[in-house]
Design a protein around this ligand. Sequence first.
Ligand code: FAD
Length: 400
Amino acid sequence: MTEISRIVIIGGGQAALQLAVSLRAKRFAGSVTLIGDEAYLPYMRPPLSKGFLKGHTQAQDLAFRPAAFYVEEDISLALCKRATFVDRVAKSVVLTSGEMIPYDVLVFATGARVRRLQCSGSDLDGVMYLRNLDDACALHEKLRDADKIIVIGGGFIGLEVAAIAAKDGKKVKVLEASDRLMGRAVSRDISEWFLTLHKQHGVDIELGSGIKEIRGQNGRVSTVRLVTGSEWEADAIAVGIGVIPNSDIASDCGLIVNDGIVVNENPQTSDPNIYAIGDCARFPCALNNELTRLESVQNAVDQAKLLADSIVDGRRPYKCVPWFWTEQYDVKFQMAGLSSGHDEKRIVGDLSSSAFSIEYAKAGRLIAVDSINRPADHLRARRKLADELIASSRSQFSSA
Ligand code: FAD
């Protein structure tokens, strides 16, 4: 890539920040503009459902970099500004204010937004979501004042919230629509282990539960009614039922979108001057050879670094090992690789203990390792999976 003097990034989160930082670290000399619709300097989201919700981390500690960094590195921050349209012919981003920002290269790092409940009563006061700092502040306040908390959705974020509330002495009930916890991302063994863990901490978990409606009193939530007819009282409801990638502007300007902005391994969209990284992008994953969209810090950071390298030094494909973590009670759970589709597993340690790993293989090849309170296993797994990725790229290259 040559002759690029203006890079515009839509989004002010993990991927956008990393791309801006990496471009400057690689001495990209052109302008870098980051358009973000939130009112804050780019900040870390993972602590929102961990240290921040517990009250251990303060809002000012979440920013990746202080304001002075952006001035020193000559990164233009357009905060509280929302991109609404991309004119691909004029190569310009249109903001809600009408302002137009021209680009040579445009990057979507727009992340994702929460999926909202659609049932009656879902707009009552006390129904809370968690995606950004404003959500986290509101949820923190509501949880503090509530005694009976219902968490709708037994995914990572719902369960992190449930763990914090239960530790705080609240009466917590988790309602999960599917037949197991964190089912989109983890194996059945891990789902069951976490089910036991939460029950041991007094959390009541109901699997296979569909929400019929939420009822309220004086505009505030009071009960959740399930399709089975059972009813549960609640002072606050935390909803974590997944996210929707922010890809509307990309589809409006004619880019290929399919549950995320579709990119190639570079990660370039169907327009050669436009890229997409992080939660909003669906990319060909080198580990499973499928078009994949990941919602993780690892993916946002590694895709951003790869793109900065590509812009400054020339193209190279995105081949990284996905990894993720969650913290619930005193448990740190770390995943390396993607276990979905495994046909073999090996337990390292004891499943009934509080520290073990599970290795997953497919067609005789290691594809993932889940580790509970065994960080050394996790790091080893990441290295091993990365070595295998490199080896398989070399063999593909030599046989081409
Ligand atoms: P985001 O960080 O979501 O940033 C996107 C930004 O773009 C947002 O600020 C958004 O408002 C802005 N934006 C969107 N559209 C526009 C527009 N049109 N104009 C201007 N700005 C726009 N990952 C882990 O690996 N481990 C964890 O433990 C973990 N915990 C998490 C806990 C919580 C509560 C949340 C919400 C996420 C967690 N994640 C975790 C996921 C991780 O934070 C995300 O994968 C990561 O932030 C993705 O980065 P991103 O830049 O793609 O998107």
